[in-house]
Design a protein around this ligand. Sequence first.
Ligand SMILES: *[C@@H]1O[C@H](CO)[C@@H](O)[C@H](O)[C@H]1NC(C)=O
Ligand SMILES: *[C@@H]1O[C@H](CO)[C@@H](O)[C@H](O)[C@H]1NC(C)=O
Ligand SMILES: *[C@@H]1O[C@H](CO)[C@@H](O)[C@H](O)[C@H]1NC(C)=O
Length: 410
Amino acid sequence: MANGMQVFLLLLWTANTPQGAGVQVFPPVNFTLTVSALAQVLIHWKPNPAQEQNNSTIRYDVKILSPVPEEYDTRRTHSVRTVALHNGFSACVRTLLLQEDLQMGSDWVKGNLPPLPGAAETSVTNLSCVTHITLPGNVSLHCTWLPGQGAPEDTEYFLFYRYGAHTEECHTYIKDKWSRNTECRFSSTQIKPGEIDNLIVIHINGSSKRAAIKPFQQLFNQNAIEKVNIPRNISISLEQNDLLATWEKPISPFHEECFEYEFYLINLKSGNKQILKISYNSFRLRIDVSSRYSIRIRANHNHICRSRGLWSDWSEVVFVGKNKLDNSIAWILTLLCVSTSCTFLLVAIICKINHVWSKLFPPIPTPSNKFRDPFPVDYERARTCTSSTETEVGSLAEDLYCSVLDDSVF
Ligand SMILES: *[C@@H]1O[C@H](CO)[C@@H](O)[C@H](O)[C@H]1NC(C)=O
Ligand SMILES: *[C@@H]1O[C@H](CO)[C@@H](O)[C@H](O)[C@H]1NC(C)=O
Ligand SMILES: *[C@@H]1O[C@H](CO)[C@@H](O)[C@H](O)[C@H]1NC(C)=O
């Protein structure tokens, strides 16, 4: 019991009083948390007026408790954090006195920001965003999300993005079947294409007559959500047994060394598929020259320059190698040609024979209608439709067809 007390006192002594000097460490005063922009909080405090400094250095320990725990120390009396604030924020700070190799901390002072107001489950979910360099110098932004499970049908969502000091509201929404906004496009933004690891803040709030919609915030690393452009000027050729491929890096402010590629090769004869990872703009590959290949290439950032992005779309398919497929098509075409000409020839011959036949054995004259009436003949024929008229029409057509053939074939 007595021993325990001694240890406790000793701990207190070493914790609060540096050796030799009876210096006390006081916590900071006027600790405040202020929302200074979307998803940005300014943590601010004042040195305790009672704090003596003597020959020691004063620093501050900052501990972020939520939403994302973090701990650091600073000489300044303020600190700015970029963090999603919809579920609130809490942090604490204490004075740190450094004297020679001794370090002492004061008590902590704590502060917090309440969660952003709104009914449960009304926030958007499954937010996902993609950026794209559309022209050198212009970045587009596209975000999609799902309405919260508890969001009434009349909910209208609004999206804002913040990049540095610039905040902008979306004006081009795409709606779901209840005409709630679930998608937004910015065809141009203030996002700078060449920056590394900058944050894009997305803030989505909303309104409804039946519920308070709770806002939602998410931070995205600019490079991690960039969908890379397709490699350009792809050229593929054959040199003896080798396939030679060259291309140019996608439209991007980053250098060639910042990209890697996937080369997707399908052997159309064997059906073999291969994906090769390549870190250069050209390459040579031994192939089976008796086969035909289909080739596609896509690009991404490598991690040397910055965070990986999203793979580009595949380039258009390029074919290379022996044209087996075309050969068979040519075969079919030839076969078709030959058989059609044969048929024509046959028909023509039959026609010719028929002519000769009809000259040798002239057809028996068809009997005329016995009961002729004053009505036009055409009407009578159409009504009765005897076999004789059919024959006449048929032979007329045959004669016409044959005379055409006579002219063209012989
Ligand atoms: C703390 O805030 C109070 C009231 O706002 C003010 O009177 C006081 O001077 C502040 N303390 C310091 C050390 O700035
Ligand atoms: C939305 O996200 C949840 C959790 O991340 C996931 O389980 C679900 O499949 C997603 N829904 C859709 C439609 O993508
Ligand atoms: C949504 O957030 C923006 C930016 O903070 C704010 O100006 C706007 O009033 C909010 N709208 C609603 C409906 O809460």
